[in-house]
Design a protein. Structure first.
Length: 172
């Protein structure tokens, strides 16, 4: 997948669009399992239609197992090594699993309590992605009352009033 300029695109939405388009005309169920680490490591996996495609042991953002991948990074440099080892759906699945790790790490942070924090206080994030770029960086704040807990089930929830108002005011 070609890389797009980070400040002009939401990486998560670009990835989702790419994966959705690659599945047109196909009925597949992808499951990604990323438990919280126990004793500093965890086994993570991705399966398609109940068939495991990748099962990796990770510690932080480094692969421990399988042995053939031990020491490989899950963040900087991931795309380079993964595209040399995997192709086709195996590469797509590896990328989905890596992005899942990236998103799941957010569970470590309590983001929905206290006063809203300006995005500009996120050290090292300026220009890293759409959310942390341009006017959003200068004027943006984290959203409160938007954390959703899916640990027991997926529940449909309404947007918090403040978010609904913002979207309505923006004409969406």
């Amino acid at each position: 997948m070609a890389r797009l300029p980070q400040p002009s695109n939401c990486t998560h939405l670009v990835d989702l669009a790419h994966w959705a388009l690659s599945q047109v005309g196909r009925c597949a169920i992808w499951d990604i399992v990323i438990p919280d680490p126990v004793d500093r490591s965890a086994w993570i996996e991705i399966a398609c239609d109940d068939t495991v495609v990748h099962r990796w042991q990770v510690s932080g953002f480094e692969l421990l197992a399988p042995q053939s991948l031990a020491g490989k990074p899950l963040m900087r440099g991931f795309n380079k090594w993964a595209s040399h080892i995997f192709t086709g759906e195996a590469l797509m699945a590896a990328t989905m699993l890596q992005r899942g790790v990236f998103v799941a790490r957010g569970r470590q942070h309590v983001v929905d309590r206290g006063d809203p924090v300006p995005l500009s206080r996120a050290t090292g994030m300026n220009g890293r992605c759409w959310s942390y770029s341009n006017e959003r960086w200068a004027d943006g704040f984290g959203s409160l009352a938007f954390v959703r807990d899916f640990s027991t089930a997926v529940r449909t929830e309404k947007l918090p009033p403040a978010i609904r108002t913002r979207l309505k005011d923006a004409g969406r």
